[in-house]
Design a protein around this ligand. Structure first.
Ligand SMILES: Cc1cc2nc3c(=O)[nH]c(=O)nc-3n(C[C@H](O)[C@H](O)[C@H](O)COP(=O)(O)OP(=O)(O)OC[C@H]3O[C@@H](n4cnc5c(N)ncnc54)[C@H](O)[C@@H]3O)c2cc1C
Length: 410
């Protein structure tokens, strides 16, 4: 029997395991992962970006902590996780720019290093950037609906890393530290959590028919989390407002513009974003028209017929940059919280022994170290000592209508 079962071998499950063991959790922990390898779902399909530029305190605190953890990881463990502080640059039209300028004092107060930059200065960070739209025909802009850029918000501490490496290291180091007390079970798909008539956990039923006895479960199954609860218990009021939502990334050629390989993660019109990766560009956009569901089929036309128009209009020369190959584009899933697009972290109020760490939408890999630490503190010490704001993410907030409305979402 395990003292704790973690469902999900992604970055959130890995970080929680790692910090539980780092902080001295002495019990046996079993990790259940449906795939034959760890970190094969959203974690490895993400863009690997991190930023501490947020409108809500909790996201700001989580990412501030995580960035320091990423930065120190090599020194602490000897492993290179591809950490690069290349910066994040958001660009805004006039109508949104005032809000950003008004928000600056909050970032300053919370030690978030940001600079407000003029449109013409954006070119220094992103060579070839066209801040105006005079070069786009009227007919074309009737479709694109673009406007002149009024300003840029630049965060030099932000950047990117390799979340797959970090996740694997979390699992390996935990196993090395406590070989007897960490059990990683691959190819183990959870069918349902067994919950008794008093809403207490009795165990876990796997798809292969096996039953694992346990009373404490951490649900870190990303986009599959709500389905697991739904398959486990009929009551409507215990269900999670989390749905799978397809997001796509395309690796395209670098434009022939001097120093373009040194640009920050850049967010342009219609929330198209891109950053350099190993000599190419990865380009993404969270499509709000996308229907919810587990389908992850990638749609090449979406890049060629839609996203690339914005890319080419803002960075003339991008029209020559094709998708590298069919293998260099993919779809993955956000675990999307339909209520406020933020994670749900904390004990389930109605199922005894169930701890939730899910619903991270587009910001799970960058929050993982802080979440791992926070969950470990809550389980061992009974409170979120380092980042008390994590309390804001409890499931009860939804019923209490204390939603965490984050406005800087990609
Ligand atoms: C295209 C894209 C771009 C993104 N870009 C970024 C970014 O730049 N920065 C950022 O911070 N975030 C980004 N994200 C979001 C980020 O990937 C997620 O928030 C993060 O990976 C969540 O980690 P997780 O461990 O909760 O989920 P996952 O990595 O999906 O892990 C959940 C695990 O649970 C397992 N599982 C599911 N069901 C079962 C079951 N029944 N039994 C056993 N195991 C099960 C899965 O196989 C999986 O391994 C992006 C996501 C996508 C799709």
């Amino acid at each position: 029997m395990s003292d704790m079962v973690i469902i999900g071998g992604g970055i959130i499950g890995g970080a929680i395991l790692y910090y539980l063991k780092e902080k001295g959790f002495d019990g046996k922990i079993t990790i259940l992962e449906k795939n034959n390898q760890l970190a094969q779902e959203s974690t490895s399909l993400s863009a690997g970006g991190f930023r501490n530029i947020w409108s809500t305190k909790v996201n700001l605190c989580l990412t501030n902590y995580s960035i320091t953890a990423f930065k120190n990881f090599k020194q602490e463990t000897g492993v290179n996780i591809g950490f690069e502080q290349i910066g994040y640059l958001f660009t805004y039209y006039e109508k949104e720019w005032k809000n950003i300028v008004d928000h600056k004092h909050i970032w300053d107060k919370n030690n978030v290093n940001v600079e407000l930059i003029k449109p013409e200065e954006i070119k220094k960070l992103v060579p070839g950037f066209e801040e105006r739209i005079d070069h786009i025909s009227k007919e074309e802009n009737e479709v694109l609906n673009m406007d002149n850029i009024a300003g840029g918000l630049y965060g030099p501490d932000c950047g990117a890393f390799n979340p797959t490496t970090l996740t694997n290291v979390y699992f390996e180091k935990s196993k090395e530290k406590c070989p007897e007390k960490v059990e990683i079970k691959l190819n183990c798909k959870v069918k349902r959590i067994l919950i008794d008539a008093n809403n207490e956990i009795e165990g876990i039923k796997l798809e292969n028919g096996e039953t694992i006895k346990c009373s404490n479960v951490i649900l870190a199954a990303g986009a599959w989390s709500a389905k697991i609860i739904n398959d486990s218990i009929d009551e409507e009021n215990v269900q999670l407002p989390i749905v799978p939502w397809k997001r796509q990334l395309f690796t395209v050629k670098m434009p022939k513009i001097d120093k373009f390989s040194e640009i920050p993660m850049t967010i342009i019109d219609d929330e198209v974003y891109f950053r350099p990766e190993a000599g190419n560009l990865i380009v993404g956009r969270a499509d709000n028209e996308q229907t919810f569901g587990f389908d992850t089929t990638v749609d090449r036309q979406y890049y060629e017929d839609y996203m690339n128009y914005f890319m080419s209009a803002r960075i003339p020369g991008m029209e020559y940059c094709r998708i590298i190959s069919n293998a260099s584009m993919w779809g993955g899933l956000y675990a999307h919280n339909t209520k406020d697009k933020n994670a749900i972290v904390g004990y389930h109020p109605d199922i005894k022994g169930l701890f939730l760490a899910t619903g991270f939408s587009g910001h799970g890999v960058m929050e993982a170290p802080a979440i791992g630490l926070s969950v470990a503190e809550k389980l061992i010490d009974g409170e979120y000592k380092t980042i008390p704001e994590v309390n804001d993410l409890r499931f009860e907030r939804i019923k209490e209508n204390k939603l965490i409305i984050e406005t800087i979402i990609i």
